[in-house]
Design a binder for this molecule. Structure first.
Ligand SMILES: [Zn+2]
Length: 295
């Protein structure tokens, strides 16, 4: 918790939790946003690495990098909580509010609209998340940036989607023709894979000439999955049939979860892959996704 306060003091236009690394040369700005969900502490490790170890402020060639902690109330609650996976947000999923009517009692709604005031200053966005299941690092890209994503992301898997469907934070940028991605890091608190996450963020900065470095790429055969469906948990009595790891192929009419009395299966004609982001998803939260494998 102590280190977090390196970032707490910084504000931008009276908006809290924004640290700006400025090269003092004009141009495009990149926004690294993080901690949309409270149980995803990788943001802090990445911010700290960039600022304290990598010394990004000395290496930045031009433009600005904004380091933004989105949902800090949730993170503070997470830090004090005994059950680290209990909730993902205070009262609404900030990554699904952009199409919703403004709720003035909701922390996430207020924070989202506060940040929205500075969206125009931003040209590129990476939204950093993590998951509670085993996974290599995964990038999520809008369909229109798929070819680009393959050039600089060193990952096993890229997920593509029509991001406008998701009402996520990055959708706000994509609809204005700005480039935005979403990254899902391996298990929330893992040190071994931390380097991989960082390499990918540095690769992105190199590709767009923010820093003089080299693109580090070990994966040649990137698997690409296309999003098909996202499903919500409807009851408190929800259970996956087995401990699905990574992307699991499921057959037509194969039951993969039970939501009280409802057996979940797909009846699509094609091969479908299931990907779970939360081991014990909560009622009314998005918890798993169905994909089609493109490559
Ligand atoms: Zn998340």
């Amino acid at each position: 918790m102590k280190n977090m306060y390196n970032f707490v003091k910084n504000t931008h236009k009276n908006i809290s939790w924004i640290t700006i690394i400025d090269s003092w040369k004009p141009g495009e700005n990149i926004w690294l946003i993080a901690i949309t969900h409270w149980n995803e502490p990788v943001w802090l490790k990445i911010f700290e690495y960039l600022v304290n170890e990598f010394k990004i402020n000395e290496k930045l060639k031009w433009w600005k990098i904004y380091l933004i902690a989105n949902n800090i109330e949730a993170y503070i609650k997470y830090s004090k909580s005994e059950d680290k996976n209990k909730f993902r947000f205070i009262d609404d999923n900030m990554n699904r509010v952009s199409n919703k009517k403004f709720k003035n009692w909701s922390y996430e709604h207020k924070r989202f609209y506060e940040l929205k005031q500075i969206f125009d200053e931003i040209d590129f966005v990476i939204d950093i998340h993590s998951v509670s299941k085993w996974n290599d690092l995964i990038w999520i890209s809008d369909t229109k940036y798929k070819d680009k994503a393959e050039k600089f992301f060193d990952v096993e898997t890229i997920l593509i989607d029509e991001i406008w469907n998701t009402w996520s934070i990055i959708w706000e940028f994509i609809r204005k023709w700005k480039e935005a991605y979403w990254i899902e890091c391996w298990n929330h608190v893992d040190d071994i894979w931390f380097k991989n996450w960082v390499i990918n963020i540095l690769n992105f900065l190199v590709y767009y000439w923010f820093i003089n470095w080299r693109i580090d790429k070990k994966h040649d055969n990137i698997k690409i999955f296309e999003f098909i469906e996202e499903i919500k948990v409807k009851t408190d009595n929800f259970k996956f049939i087995s401990d699905f790891i990574n992307f699991t192929k499921i057959w037509e009419n194969e039951i993969f979860a039970i939501d009280e009395y409802n057996e979940l299966k797909h009846n699509l004609w094609t091969d479908i892959y299931l990907w779970i982001i939360a081991k014990n998803p909560k009622k009314w939260d998005w918890a798993w996704f169905l994909f089609r494998k493109l490559k």
